[in-house]
Each structure stands twice: as C-alpha cells, then as structure tokens.
Write a protein of this length. Structure first.
Length: 457
C-alpha cells in the first residue's frame, strides 16, 4: 500500500489503539444501537462466560428484530402461508407489549429475590462452607448462577398462542432457589400429571389432598429426616396391606425452617384412591399428624390442588415480607412466632439446607402415577421477535424496535404508534395483508388505545 505516511504493518497493538483514539473527536458521543438496553443491563452484572450457542441464538433473534424496522419489510405466516407486512403489526406489537408489561413488575421482584439470596449465600453460607471445608464450590456456583440469571432476553409474539413470550439469555437453573425457575418447573410438573389425575378422577377414582408431618428435627438432622419421611410414607401407606384402596400418589417434600429454628419436614401428597379412605385409620397408621381432605370434582379443582401442592422452596423470602410483618404483629399479641424467611437464615442453616437438597428427589410419583411420560415442551409455533427485555438492576423494561422506530409528527399532534396507525390508513400495497383498506382492517379503537398508552409514558 502506498501513499501512507505510516505503514500499518509496523504498528504495535498499543500504536493502533493510539491512532484509533486520535481519530475520535474528544467528547464524541458513542453510537446508539438496538443493543443499548442489553449494554446498560450488563454494566451491573458479572462478566458472562463465552457461550457460542447462546450468542448464535441472540444473533438470529436480533436480525429479525432489526428487520421489523426496515421500510416495507414483510414476513410469511407459516400456518396460513400469507405474506404480512411488519407495518400491519404496529397495533399487535403495542398490544403484545402492553401484555408483557403486566409481567415486568413480577420479573423485577424475582430479580431482587435472586440478588439478595445470592448475597446471603456469599456472605453467610460460603463462609460456613469454607470453615467446614465442604461444599465451597457448590455454594459459589449457586450464588453465581443466581446473580447472572434473567438480566436480558428477547421478547416476541407467538402466533400460535396469541401471547407475548420471553426467551432469557441466561437462567439460573435452580428450581429450589430461583422463583422463576421454580414456577416453570411447577408448570412442567403440572402438565405431566394434570391430565392423568383428571382422567383417573373421571374414571371413578377419588383424589385426596394430604399433608403428612413428623416432629421437627434439630440442626444437623435435615437430610436424614428427609430420607426417613419418604421411606416411612412408602412402607406405612403405599406398601401396607392396610390401604389396598390407595392406587397411587404424587408427593412433594418441603423442609422449611420452623419457628424454633428447627426443620419442619413434611410431605404434600395427592392420593389416588379407589373406594373409601378411612382418615382415622390413616392417622393411626402414620402416628403423627395428617391433614386430609377430599378433592371435589369440577373444572379447575385438580389444577388448584396442584398449585397448593407444588410450592417453591424460597416462597418465604422477600415476597413474603409483608406477610411476615403481619405475622410478627400477631406474635406480639400473643400468637406463635412466625418462622424466619430464608434471607434471615444463618450461614449454617443455609449451608445445611443447600447440601441436604442437593441431588435429592423432592418430587416423587408412585403406583398408577409412576413413570408418567415427560410432557412435550409447549409448542409456541412461529414467533415474531419484536424487541428486548432488560433489567437495570432495579426494574425490568421492555423495548420494541418496531414501536421505537415510529417517528413523531409534531404538525399533527400525534406521536409514536398513533402517528404510525394514521400513516397506515393511507397506504395501499397490493398483495400484502394489512396494507390495503386499512381503515377497515385496523381496530377502530386502536388509535385511541395508542394515545392513552402514550399519555402514560
């Protein structure tokens, strides 16, 4: 190469950086891109390990997000084969974002739970693990996974389901600790057992919701009691000749910390019974307390019982603070002192609970419910990717590239989606759904809803 005062081949890395910095005017603002939310979200989080598969997925989703803002861009509906314009999607994108924003406060609360729990693990459980020289790597990994989880993600609209969906870049993968992971795990379990339970009930079986308890155990005995109560249930109830009417069971173990800082290990159970179940005989056989009630038949009854049955381990954390405060007021009036939430557990208590739950099957099925087929993943069909969801460390926000690309029109007094819909009414692009006769195809109230939405911003 000729005509250059400096040969680039002779420059060192430091020299290249020097000339690159010199080429940028002092005080120049950095370019703004569609990734600005992700960049802001990454400022307050630890560096991510390299994940080629995740980066590839993010890349292709971002390509479609960028495509939504291209003038005249279209996509093909996989089910109908129709060609649709992204311009036609402005009202649908607005409704999808409004739907998504209803979930954002919950995402923010759960994010706060994860960060506080990660801090508790690092400040208390990790110190205890180092003192005992056991479980250090596991506690460190749990805290790290909680800290990294669900900061950013892509959101879109499922054509098959007619709803907004979010695909998070990183999840904790800890259903016993992360509220969002626990909710998803509960939904998978419900899909697995709901239809079989309803079918058994329809065929003449009776479902009973029971809670089997044993005396609380002191610190150090958690794992032993967890194994013991499961063995006791199998031998005394399932394998006993006293209860031939019991045909199957779904069991979920819970082991929160009690008011006296001992472990309250118990089983939440749905019993599948053919015939009559004698509650008094059940309690005599178990010896300790058994709460039992028969489930009625009707739409939603079994699903409601599953919701009660399947609880996540950190239910009594930040989200329970209001309930805890009310319970403390009751305790001051002479009632029983409420159990401490997980964020108030000591390092020794956190460590014992984590290690006891590690590798333990908390959910078990027996008899006619044993080895049910795993549910197929929910088929979301074709997804139109619209934007990003990101947390700034305080709250989650959603942005849509399509909606953000709408120019403001000060001459008409309209801005945002309102101006876009007004523009669409004058378009006439033959052969593309949503382009011709838009005065009839666009919801008459869409413009008013858009204006109301903009006024709230």
């Amino acid at each position: 190469m000729t005509g250059l005062a400096i040969d680039p081949g002779d420059l060192t890395e430091a020299g290249l950086e020097h000339f690159a910095r010199a080429a940028v005017p002092e005080g120049a603002a950095p370019p703004v891109s569609q990734d600005v939310m992700s960049a802001m979200a990454r400022e307050g989080r630890p560096p991510e390990p390299r994940d080629v598969q995740r980066e590839r997925r993010e890349y292709y989703r971002q390509l479609q997000i960028d495509e939504t803002v291209e003038f005249g861009a279209t996509f093909q509906h996989h089910d109908t084969g129709e060609i649709e314009s992204y311009a036609h999607w402005a009202p649908t994108a607005l409704q999808a974002q409004e739907q998504l924003e209803l979930d954002l406060p919950g995402y923010s609360v759960h994010h706060h739970v994860r960060q506080q729990l990660a801090q508790a693990l690092e400040e208390r459980a990790l110190l205890e693990a180092r003192r005992r020289q056991y479980g250090v790597k596991y506690v460190t990994r749990c805290a790290d996974q909680l800290r990294r989880a669900r900061w950013t993600g892509a959101w879109g609209y499922s054509l098959a389901k007619g709803k907004s969906v979010v695909f998070w870049d990183t999840k904790a993968g800890l259903s016993r600790l992360c509220p969002d992971d626990a909710r998803e795990e509960a939904q998978r379990l419900a899909r697995r057992v709901l239809d079989p339970l309803e079918a058994l009930q329809a065929s003449g079986h009776v479902l009973h919701y029971c809670v089997f308890t044993t005396p609380n155990v002191a610190a150090g005995g958690l794992r032993k009691e967890m194994a013991s109560i499961c063995r006791r249930f199998r031998s005394l109830i399932l394998k006993s000749d006293d209860f031939p009417e019991v045909k199957g069971a779904l069991c979920v173990l819970e082991a929160p910390l009690g008011s006296a800082r001992d472990w309250n290990v118990h089983l939440n159970v749905i019993l599948v019974v053919r015939g009559f179940l004698d509650y008094e005989k059940l309690r005599r056989k178990w010896h300790w307390n058994v709460h039992a009630r028969k489930l009625a038949q009707g739409p939603g009854v079994v699903r409601g019982a599953l919701t009660e049955l399947i609880k996540y381990a950190v239910a009594a954390t930040v989200a329970k603070s209001a309930e805890k405060a009310a319970a403390e007021e009751g305790a001051a009036a002479g009632n029983r002192v409420p159990p401490p939430p997980m964020l108030e557990w000591t390092g020794a208590e956190l460590l014992e609970w984590l290690l006891a739950m590690r590798g333990f099957r908390r959910t078990r099925t027996y008899g006619c419910l044993f080895r049910l087929k795993r549910p197929e993943p929910e088929d979301l069909g074709q997804i139109i990717w619209l934007g990003q969801v990101a947390s700034d460390g305080v709250r989650h926000r959603a942005r849509s590239a399509l909606l953000d690309s709408i120019p403001e029109d000060k001459s008409t007094g309209l801005s945002g989606v309102a101006a876009y819909i007004a523009m669409l009414r004058g378009l006439a692009l033959p052969g593309i759904r949503g382009a011709g006769s838009l005065g009839e195809q666009i919801d008459r109230d869409a413009l008013h809803r858009s204006l109301e939405q903009l006024q709230k911003m």
